[in-house]
Design a protein around this ligand. Structure first.
Ligand code: CAO
Length: 261
């Protein structure tokens, strides 16, 4: 009454403006209702949980000329054996090699006990676009697999994904996730961490772009962006930057990935 805004005034205002929580198409409009089901319902749950995680995002670009060269050298002969070799097996193996140096990124965060469980198994999840929506199956124990074996496993998961027959075992116990939106387009993406994991990486589409060589000449280079989102409650930015540099080193020098399992 003396002009001051009291708590009661704010509560009364909120009461007045609050909308009906049920969302119905009014009679003055037309449209249709789609039930959320399956993978989408699961995505709702996991992404709502992800909202509670403070995301630290770090991005860089990566030269994929060498990976392209190696892939082009062998992809046709592998195709004759029914194996499709893309860039992904190289990126997945590079992540596993880099995780050997940064085990705190291949981990699960137990929020209740406030403990980080560092895992020896590199079960690398791959965000996959399927006719039924997004699903993230994983390739288990990548630390023991060759690029060839990773490609075989990825092919199997893609086949199962297209038939909506990915098993529960294939989506269980993911320790680290990668998402390649570059198969569809786009240059940059901010990926969302899937709890209890503590980091996720995303790639954009590789494009031929002008860059300077060591002598200052402009040369064409195939460039791909990489973005990492990490849980900033437990992972600091410098760790992510160092990990990313190492991942990038392996991708730009893929011979290191080929001479080990
Ligand atoms: N830049 C340019 N080209 C790329 C690329 C990139 N980043 N990634 C893949 N490609 C190329 C591949 O080399 C392949 O080329 P060819 O036609 O010459 O063989 C082609 O795109 C198709 O690749 P692919 O889809 O068969 O296989 P992949 O191993 O590269 O990717 C997978 C597998 C599962 C990551 C992909 O199929 C997919 O589902 N991507 C979408 C992921 C997604 O939904 N992310 C968003 C998550 S948040 O909602």
């Amino acid at each position: 009454k003396d002009g001051r805004v009291l708590k009661e005034d704010i509560l009364a205002h909120l009461q007045r403006i609050s909308v009906d929580p049920s969302v119905k198409i009014p009679s003055s409009m037309t449209g249709r209702t789609v039930e959320l089901k399956g993978y989408t319902k699961h995505m709702w749950k996991t992404m709502t949980k992800s909202l509670t995680i403070p995301h630290f995002v770090y991005s860089d670009e990566c030269n994929v000329d060498q990976v392209m060269r190696y892939r082009n050298d062998v992809k046709d002969s592998l195709m004759k054996r029914d194996i499709s070799l893309t860039f992904m097996p190289f990126f997945i193996k590079a992540a596993s090699r880099a995780l050997e140096q940064y085990p705190q990124l291949n981990a699960w965060l137990d929020e209740k006990t406030q403990q980080l469980q560092l895992l020896d198994n590199h079960n690398i999840g791959i965000a996959m676009d399927t006719p039924n929506g997004l699903i993230v199956p994983n390739i288990k124990n990548v630390q023991n697999l060759s690029i060839f074996a990773i490609a075989q496993e990825l092919n199997r998961l893609q086949k199962d994904g297209s038939k909506a027959s990915i098993s529960y075992a294939d989506v269980s116990y993911t320790t680290f996730t990668l998402s390649n939106i570059g198969t569809i387009g786009g240059t940059f993406m901010k990926p969302i961490i899937v709890s209890p994991q503590v980091i996720i990486g995303a790639f954009g589409k590789a494009r031929k772009l002008p860059r300077f060589d060591n002598e200052g000449n402009v040369i064409p280079v195939n460039i791909m962006s990489i973005s990492w989102s990490a849980d900033h409650r437990v992972i600091d930015g410098v760790t992510v930057a160092r990990f990313s540099n190492l991942w990038k080193y392996y991708v730009e020098n893929p011979m290191h990935l080929l001479i080990c399992p």
